[in-house]
Design a protein around this ligand. Structure first.
Ligand code: GLP
Length: 264
């Protein structure tokens, strides 16, 4: 991959970045189906190589195809989640797990209920709590106690958010409460039927939490992600585009379909 010099970094940091960035692999697939198959196969590799794999999981439209492929592999007897531990990236604040727009509901209805995963190994932030700070600390501790994540899968928001880490003045390191940006609320209102029903805040893994995963897979599909994907992967590393920090990770696969990859 050809990277242009991000002018906001010192030469020393840039050289360090360049040695690391060699580890970033970008795969462009012809279509969404291929992207989903490839993402699922990366997850299967980790599970096959590590019995008690710890996996970070995303929500949104992008990973739905990957979840379908994993369910297919499970039904064909090719994969088991019996010993897998999962941590979801984020959850809305104020929605009970039974609300069909909560990420808890999304995960159960799109994935977990079709798999042989042990319920006690499923971790999703509790968004319907009176003690958000305590919940964030608990979540962070649980990831550590599980031995950290072997791999995490990410989508990317139209403003460059990962998980629910919104653009800002600095990178929030650990699991925290976030106030959602208007553009995120607008984008996600398609699931809620109206903008006014979208929660205004969420709990999300922090940037350091995400980067602590031993492997990262970033998924982007569709032309509406093309511009932000280019900025995130080829532009300056800045908290104004949270996904840009992924350039610093030592083991990252970007899987983009041809529409999302058009400017790469
Ligand atoms: C939400 C999620 C993100 C996800 C993003 C993009 O805001 N919190 O984790 O990456 O949406 O979703 P989509 O794949 O639907 O574009």
């Amino acid at each position: 991959m050809i990277i242009s010099y991000p002018g906001n970094l010192s030469v020393r940091l840039y050289k360090l970045l360049m040695t690391r960035i060699k580890a970033m692999k970008i795969t462009v697939t012809d279509n969404y189906k291929e992207q989903s198959e490839l993402a699922a196969s990366l997850m299967c590799n980790v599970i096959e190589n590590r019995k008690n794999a710890v996996i970070g999981l995303p929500t949104g439209s992008t990973p739905l195809g990957m979840y379908k492929e994993l369910i297919k592999s499970y039904n064909e007897g090719k994969i088991s989640f019996a010993h897998v531990v999962t941590f979801n990236l984020d959850e809305y604040i104020g929605l009970p797990a039974t609300d069909e727009n909560s990420y808890n509901y999304y995960m159960n209805h799109n994935f977990f209920s079709f798999m042989d995963i042990d319920k006690k190994n499923i971790n999703i932030p509790h968004g319907n709590t009176d003690d958000v700070t305590g919940e964030c600390l608990r979540y962070e501790e649980n990831i550590k106690a599980a031995g950290g994540m072997d791999i995490i899968f990410l989508g990317i928001g139209r403003n460059g958010h990962i998980g629910f880490n919104e653009p800002g003045e600095f990178f929030e390191p650990y699991t925290h409460q976030v106030i959602l940006e208007k553009s995120t609320i607008d984008a996600n209102s398609r699931f809620f039927g109206s903008v006014s029903k979208v929660p205004t805040s969420a709990i999300t893994m922090g940037i350091k939490t995400i980067l602590s995963a031993r492997q990262i897979v970033l998924l982007a599909s569709g032309k509406e992600k093309a511009e932000i994907l280019k900025e995130a992967l080829k532009g300056k590393i800045t908290p104004k585009i949270p996904a840009s920090i992924l350039q610093l990770h030592e083991h990252i696969d970007v899987i983009a379909d041809s529409e999302a990859a058009v400017y790469l």
